[in-house]
Design a protein around this ligand. Structure first.
Ligand code: IPM
Ligand code: MN
Length: 365
């Protein structure tokens, strides 16, 4: 298999975490006799500085010509005063829209070893394993009209949905998991949510083996913290999914652990859920695991290399089991733990995945 991957590392900790993830991918692909053709392009704040736009045309062209795009993070404090359409985030939204992936998959699971990092009691989070399916190209992020009329002191955004394909993807993913789907909306207030709920109910008829429930987003924010284990696939619209997936970082113990994959469009887009964290950028403090697990999703959803994807995920688990942590994961009692820098953590995962794959190829031989 030959994978043509465009890396848009972006801002803040983006370059350091994607660098570690790419090294893991290179190792795993080479061991399996596959080739990884890498290209690097600018996006976000760095592109504003050098090219005057957060999504330069050559970045977009390269993205459309690749098998998958691996994005680090965008954003920086120096851009905070800019209007939404001039900010680094506009580059991210523009590439999401151009690549066309509307289903953003955000798996969130509780690692046993990290239970102490969560403010939630371990008996609440142990075994939690949720797949958020966030609609990525609709809702308030893209709805027109949108405007800030400064003279009038009035601003508006539009939450608009048409009947959505993302719903079918969420149901078929639930079929491959524990066959439960929770659709999150605000149908007690919003017409768009009423359309959403009616469509979910209609599509559900095609998936009689999947158990369906509906929750209002406000109640769901609470249920996720009280009883996260009750949920399997959580399907929701763009902004609700943005908020709930950050909240789920509490279940995992750190937002730095969470990967994402966006599918359904022309080219799949992969990005860790965490942001650019400018306060810790360049200090070797960033946790590369979210990016490394995002690399595993590239192998699973674009390259069709399931065994290799699973090997990366097992390696991360093993590294945690053996007591290795990045700084964000080693708060409080660090007895018996070894705190690693960004590159040391990357190297540890690489070393582990190499051993794992060597053992499995010996078993096959
Ligand atoms: C995310 C981020 C983005 C979003 C920002 C950076 C535009 O928060 O991927 O969750 O809101 O979608
Ligand atoms: Mn977010």
């Amino acid at each position: 298999m030959n994978l043509k991957l465009l890396v848009t590392a972006g801002d803040g900790i983006g370059p350091e975490v994607t660098n570690e993830a790419v090294k893991v991918l290179e190792e795993v692909m080479a061991l399996g006799g596959h080739t990884l053709a890498l290209e690097h392009k600018r996006i976000g704040g760095i592109a504003i500085t050098t090219d005057g736009t957060p999504l330069p045309a050559d970045t977009l062209a390269a993205a459309l010509a690749s098998d998958a795009v691996f994005l680090g993070a965008v954003g920086g404090n120096e851009f905070n005063a800019l209007p939404p359409d001039k900010r680094p985030e506009a580059g991210l939204l523009a590439i999401r829209s151009a690549l066309g992936g509307f289903a953003n998959l955000r798996p969130a699971f509780a690692f046993k070893e990290l239970a102490v990092n969560s403010p939630l009691r371990s008996e609440i989070i142990d075994g939690a394993d949720i797949l958020f399916v966030r609609e990525l190209l609709g809702g308030l992020y893209f709805g027109q009209p949108r405007q800030w009329d400064k003279a009038k002191g009035e601003a508006w955004n539009t939450m608009r949905y048409t009947r959505d394909q993302v719903i079918r993807i969420a149901f078929s993913l639930a079929q491959k998991r524990r066959k439960k789907l929770c659709s999150v909306d605000k149908a007690n207030v919003l017409e768009v949510s009423q359309l959403w709920r009616a469509t979910v109910i209609e599509v559900a008829a095609e998936f009689p083996d999947v158990q369906l429930e509906h929750q209002y987003v406000d109640a769901m924010a609470m249920h996720l913290m009280n009883r996260p284990r009750d949920f399997d696939v959580v399907l929701t619209e763009n902004l609700f999914g943005d908020i709930l997936s950050d909240e789920s970082g509490v279940i995992t113990g750190s937002l730095g652990m969470l990967p994402s994959a966006t599918i359904g469009g022309k080219v799949n887009l992969y990005e860790p859920i965490h942001g650019s964290a400018p306060d810790i950028a360049g200090k070797g403090l960033a946790n590369p695991i979210g990016a490394i697990l995002t690399g595993a999703l590239i192998l699973r959803h674009t390259a069709g290399l399931e065994a290799e994807a699973a090997a990366i995920e097992s390696s991360v688990r093993k590294v945690l089991e053996r007591g290795f942590r990045t700084t964000d994961l080693a708060r409080g009692n660090t007895q018996g733990l070894t705190v690693l820098s960004t590159t040391e953590m990357g190297a540890k995962v690489r070393e582990t995945v190499k051993q794992l794959l060597a053992v499995s190829s010996q078993l096959l031989a």
